[in-house]
Design a protein around this ligand. Structure first.
Ligand SMILES: Cc1cc2nc3c(=O)[nH]c(=O)nc-3n(C[C@H](O)[C@H](O)[C@H](O)COP(=O)(O)OP(=O)(O)OC[C@H]3O[C@@H](n4cnc5c(N)ncnc54)[C@H](O)[C@@H]3O)c2cc1C
Length: 401
């Protein structure tokens, strides 16, 4: 919506209409904060996202989960299988949601359906929107000026939800720590003969995880992490060769498979911004942190960013304070840092322990999984922390911001 009145009323601009930007904008608008979403139309995305329980609660609270539900498959069991063929191998371990009193750890959904539900939610709220990319972003002491193709807007706070190559991050002069892995993820969706039984299976191979995640019906999504040249070769393989190769890697767990149209290649790495907020710009989602697609952490972290910034901004506004003031931004950075850092380190360690030929590191991974398998309280603590971290923002607890 290009409504100049709504544009000039906005206190906050959310830049970027990926899932994290849409959730940020919806949460703010639902809390009565004048919000402008600046987002070009979403690119086609064949990936899927495993949304963990807290994220599902947040979407329910915002009233968008009903529209997701027909396209989402529950994840009731997660199996980790050591497929490294190495001398030191970890035992197979299964995590079952009912063990921690949950019906499911979460739900897997194709990103295109998630985005469509969020776009519809934003439409229901009559959220002010400019369907365009921000051309330049300039923060100063009292506000942020955002240049668009057809003019400019001025707000008190800009929320940078503009992905890994964030213009907002550059505008706030925030650096980032980057690490590139010698791995690329091949993504695709597939149909299969056998039921997945609501179970996600992660084969840990020497090149990285090969993860099958349920979709509704006899369908699953695949994230297959390989050396870059191998991933490209596999992505270019025509049928029936690709289906046969994937079936072999899956040890025929799901029977005969057929590959659906749409394959993606994603080079893997970790990236963390030096601070998550500065100069009236707060970074959320991949603008703030990129983690490899292992253990379904990336978007779940991003949705917690969205929930926290929305909560802090709504509180500042209720107290009639400046929503882009340094103390609001400092609180945001402080509240997000430990969650992001701990998950980034955990995913990095797990990934490195697969890639390394260093036997003590392989043994440590094997021992950690053995202990998690054998010691019930440890396994349940790991599951709870993975799905519902101790300190959850309001949206993840089912309360509006
Ligand atoms: C293979 C793979 C599998 C994954 N699986 C999972 C999973 O199962 N669970 C999970 O939690 N996470 C998963 N992730 C991570 C998840 O996909 C990301 O965390 C998530 O997509 C990030 O969302 P975002 O909204 O921050 O960024 P994006 O989705 O990148 O959105 C950024 C948006 O900003 C827009 N933009 C850019 N520049 C501008 C500008 N100047 N002005 C306005 N708009 C702009 C872009 O057009 C884009 O729409 C996976 C990632 C990969 C690669």
């Amino acid at each position: 919506m290009d409504d100049n009145t709504q544009r000039s009323d906005a206190e906050v601009a959310v830049i970027g209409g990926g899932p994290v930007g849409l959730v940020s904008a919806i949460a703010l608008a639902a809390a009565g904060v004048g919000t402008l979403l600046i987002a070009p139309k979403a690119e086609p995305d064949h990936r899927t996202t495993a949304l963990l329980a807290g994220s599902v609660t947040a979407l329910e609270t915002l009233g968008v989960w009903q529209a997701c539900l027909p396209y989402a498959a529950p994840l009731r069991k997660i199996r980790l299988v050591d497929d490294t063929q190495r001398l030191v191998r970890a035992p197979e371990i299964s995590f079952v949601a009912s063990e921690i009193g949950l019906d499911a750890f979460g739900f897997n959904i194709e990103n295109r359906h998630l985005i469509a539900a969020l776009e519809a939610g934003a439409g229901d709220l009559r959220l002010a929107r400019v369907v365009d990319a921000a051309r330049s972003i300039k923060p100063d002491a009292t506000g942020v000026t955002i240049k668009l193709t057809d003019g400019e807007v001025r707000v008190r706070l800009a929320i940078g939800a503009d992905g890994a190559r964030s213009l907002c991050r550059t505008a706030a002069r925030i650096g980032a720590q980057r690490l590139t892995y010698p791995q690329t993820a091949l993504t695709l969706n597939l149909a299969h003969a056998r039921s997945h039984d609501d179970t996600s299976t992660e084969f840990h191979t020497a090149s990285g995880p090969f993860t099958l995640v349920p979709l509704p019906g006899r369908r699953s999504s695949l994230v297959c992490v390989l050396a870059p040249a191998m991933a490209r070769k596999l992505a270019e393989t025509t049928e029936p060769g690709l289906a046969e190769d994937i079936e072999r890697r899956a040890h025929s767990l799901l029977g005969r498979i057929s590959i659906e149209p749409g394959r993606g290649l994603f080079p893997l790495g970790v990236e963390t911004a030096d601070t998550f907020a500065r100069e009236r710009i707060a970074l959320v989602g991949e603008a703030a942190h990129v983690v490899p697609p292992i253990g379904a952490q990336g978007l779940n972290l991003g949705l917690r960013d969205a929930a926290v910034i929305a909560e802090l901004v709504a509180d500042a506004r209720r107290q009639k304070c400046d929503v882009g003031a340094p103390d609001v931004l400092a609180r945001y950075d402080m509240q997000r840092r430990a969650d992001v850092a701990s998950r980034t380190v955990a995913v990095d360690l797990l990934n490195r322990s697969l890639l390394t030929d260093f036997i003590p590191a392989q043994s440590a991974r094997g021992l950690a999984l053995y202990l998690a398998d054998r010691i019930g309280p440890l396994r349940r603590a790991l599951m709870r922390e993975g799905v519902q971290p101790a300190a959850q923002p309001r949206l993840m607890r089912g309360e509006m911001v």
